[in-house]
Design a binder for this molecule. Structure first.
Ligand code: NAD
Length: 309
């Protein structure tokens, strides 16, 4: 296995998918960016009284996933041809085009069932020689493809980018039990040399390494805040720039990650560990889950711990 990667398909154009596609395009890789594009009016459009003829709706339908890309990507920071290397598409109509690429990256919502269903569809159009990876924050790599064929499993691994993908140097590579070691080596050297990442190869344990530690730290901070009556601003004041960590204030980080994603990530560890002490640490507090059930997902919905201005 020693084919170079010139074309990729990113499936999922949310916070991470759009950022990963932009990073790939910026190093010269052509990218298909696929997502579910609602063909009817969205709930938000109905609320605004729009019809299918409204220019904003027509624009969304015409441009599909690229709308999200522009929302999440500070394009002036990239060379001005980068977006031409990204072709947006609708998952339901264009999935077959993954047969044209060298690398498929799954970046949809953090849910095992959703990922399994998607990967079984990907396998229908997959051709041997194409690498397939998941950007999961911590779901078992092996479990995701347990129902797929042996050759597909051999070509599958985790490539876990961090948020924002352009700036975060860390990238975890997680082989499943069947992953071809040659592919692990190829991806490690590709991600280091072409994508400029610092790669850590991690075992397929719940939340791998970075999120096992990181999620724990964030949850303990949140629990301490609730128990001790600190404010969001106080905690951010002592966990951010004043501590010499310009971008890592606790609640700003959670709003950027997405509170829904963070709860999925915490729940994944919780469901896959047995120690009662660890379970207590990884239980998402009710205050957090109720924010998510209200639709407070952080920056992407406009409201999280902070209100987006
Ligand atoms: P997001 O909520 O911003 O985007 C998820 C995307 O998945 C959306 O565009 C949505 O349309 C699509 N989607 C939802 N259900 C789907 C389905 N049934 N079929 C196909 N597509 C579907 O989420 P995100 O933050 O971009 O996270 C994506 C993945 O990356 C997750 O596995 C997450 O754990 C991981 N991740 C997230 C972060 C982060 O900071 N947000 C960091 C590293 C890894």
């Amino acid at each position: 296995m020693n084919k170079s990667i010139r074309k990729a398909a990113v499936i999922g154009s949310g916070i991470m998918g759009s950022g990963i596609a932009a990073h790939l395009a910026n190093v010269g890789i052509s990218c298909l960016l696929l997502d579910m594009v609602p063909k009817d009016l969205t709930e938000e459009e109905v609320k605004k009284g729009y019809t299918l003829e409204h220019p904003a709706v027509r624009n969304r339908l015409a441009t599909g996933a690229i709308a999200k890309l522009h929302k999440n990507t500070p394009s002036p920071l990239y060379d001005n041809t980068f977006s031409k290397r990204i072709t947006p598409g609708n998952l339901s109509d264009h999935l077959e085009r993954i047969s044209e690429v060298d690398w498929v990256i799954e970046v949809v919502v953090e849910n095992l069932q959703v990922k399994k269903e998607l990967l079984s569809k990907v396998e229908r159009y997959w051709k041997p020689g194409t690498i397939v990876s998941s950007n999961t924050s911590g779901i078992s790599i092996q479990e995701m493809v347990a129902d797929c064929s042996e050759p597909f499993q051999q070509s599958f691994l985790g490539t876990h980018f961090f948020n924002p993908p352009r700036y975060m140097k860390l990238l975890e590579i997680i082989p499943g039990t069947k992953t071809d070691p040659g592919i692990v080596q190829q991806m490690k050297s590709f991600c280091e040399s072409t994508l400029g990442k610092g790669v850590v190869v991690a075992k397929d344990t719940p939340n791998f390494i970075a999120n096992r530690i990181g999620t724990y730290g964030l949850l303990i901070t949140l629990q301490e805040m609730l128990n001790s009556g600190f404010s969001v601003e106080e905690v951010d004041a002592v966990t951010g720039p004043a501590m010499g960590r310009p971008k890592s204030a606790t609640f700003r980080t959670l709003d950027m990650v997405g509170l829904d994603t963070f709860v999925h990530v915490a729940d994944n560890v919780y469901a896959n560990i047995t120690s009662e002490t660890e379970k207590a640490a990884f239980a998402a507090p009710d205050a957090l889950t109720s924010m998510v059930s209200r639709g407070w997902f952080g920056e992407k919905s406009g409201q999280g711990f902070y209100l987006k201005k």
